[in-house]
Design a protein around this ligand. Sequence first.
Ligand code: G3I
Length: 322
Amino acid sequence: TGLNAAAQAYGKLYFGSATDNGELTDSEYKAILSDSNEFGQITPGNSMKWDTVEASRGNFDYTKGDVIADLAEANGQKLRCHTLVWYNQLPQWVSNGGFDNATLIEILQNHITEEVTHYKGKCYAWDVVNEAISDDSGAPLRDNIFLSTIGEAYIPIAFAAAAAADPDAKLYYNDYSIEAPGAKSTAAQDIVKLVQSYGVKIDGIGLQDHLIVGSTPSLEDQVANMQAFVDLGVEVAITELDIRAENPDANQYQEQQAKDYAATVGACNKVEACVGVTIWDYTDKYSWVPGVFPGTGGALPWDENLQKKPAYDAILEAYGGS
Ligand code: G3I
């Protein structure tokens, strides 16, 4: 038994984890990651992003991404490919290039065509566009070089290029703070409608779910939110789940955290078109959280010593396993 085995027995496609190249030299870590009873899917945390893959114009380097793709294949795990178009980890030659509309469209299409073709047949899903929505409710779309040069059409243009390069990959829009009904979730629904209005395919919405212990949206709110996307004709997945403690030194957070994981995995279980859950790495040893939110942490189901926390059992139970 394990989290993925339990998820699949429940009827889900996978339970998965993100990983990163540097961590794979840790053999104890790698052994757990490679256990397909625990993880039926992996996502590269960094190595398929634009700054890694096309650091200079027209020069593509897939070395790091291939390591993760090969690992997934060797382990019999699905691969979620992440991510093609993002304002962050975007090389300066793109963001400061001063390109005109036609040239930037060509650069965008070329990047997507090249990378999606390279991984054709290997990706269950692609996060085609990541975090395009502003956190300022007055401005639905985030101001980035693609929006300011091309306009909102950059989003359907990106999905069209990905669909042409790998018609079998599920094409996702992925973002954070869209886990409960609200302005940002509505803006994400508008992105689905925008892409569809261009006659272009969009298959899924990735709910990142970078959550906080004790402030995680209720199961009911999460279900209603997922359903609003599903009603537009797309599937959903939880793509980057972690639930951080504001005070990870206080051990009592783990009990509430287990409940929050249960509510979140439980919400996916209640929605048939929620295909799977991915945690953003599986151990606190390699979590991005303390680096970005200093003083917080403890966000994952395995602790820094690769020991399972109560959250692990809560997820297993949510799938009806034990
Ligand atoms: O590779 C360099 C290394 O050469 C250098 O010495 C070191 C010193 O800073 O940095 C290394 O790069 C870091 C990279 O992770 C690889 O470890 C970057 O500084 C660091 O910023 C980068 O962080 C990543 C972050 O995205 C960047 O925004 C995290 O690992 C990654 O987990 C995180 O993932 C994002 C998703 O893609 C989108 N959603 C949010 C999520 C969490 O932030």
